[in-house]
Design a protein around this ligand. Structure first.
Ligand code: FEO
Length: 164
């Protein structure tokens, strides 16, 4: 059993994970049309991962006798102002998601919901990994400079996500 407050905040996370998936899907589609095969592959893989995150929340809420509500999703931007800015946006978005996971953990503790707290630890670890992998990409981009996108587009294929 989950409390009404925990059910509500978990449902809000369904929307955030689903929006993340759509945002990365939109970024992937844009990158593909711009000719960035490696970058789009990485972003498509991220979009699929976020969809799985959303599904985890749906199943968890229902398993705990709540009701997962599938929301409408805001349309993500369709155009982006270059690769460096795009990855800055990814990082900013992941930091926002990390904060929202932390807020859920804090509420679960406040409501003595230790089962949810325990389950959420997977997401806590996942956010550390996601932020680290985006930092790694931004570091590489800073090293290469905007003029060397061809090399970067090849290089990203070997990173977590795109190589799977
Ligand atoms: Fe599901 Fe990237 O947070």
């Amino acid at each position: 059993m989950i409390t009404k407050n925990v059910e509500k905040i978990l449902n809000e996370q369904i929307e955030k994970e689903g929006y993340s998936s759509n945002l990365y899907l939109s970024m992937a589609s844009w990158a593909e049309t711009e000719g960035y095969a490696g970058i789009s592959k990485w972003l498509y893989a991220q979009a699929e991962e976020e969809l799985l995150h959303m599904m985890k929340f749906v199943h968890f809420i229902n398993e705990r006798s709540g009701h997962a509500i599938i929301p409408a999703f805001k349309q993500p931007p369709a155009k982006f102002e270059g690769i460096k800015k795009l990855f800055d946006q990814v990082l900013e978005h992941e930091e926002y998601i990390t904060k929202s996971i932390n807020d859920i953990v804090a509420l679960a503790i406040k409501e003595n919901d230790f089962a949810s707290h325990n389950w959420l630890q997977w997401f806590v670890t996942e956010q550390v990994e996601e932020e680290a992998s985006v930092h790694e990409i931004i570091d590489k981009l800073n090293l290469l400079g905007e003029g060397n996108m061809y090399l970067f587009d090849r290089d990203i294929m070997s990173l977590r996500g795109a190589s799977e």
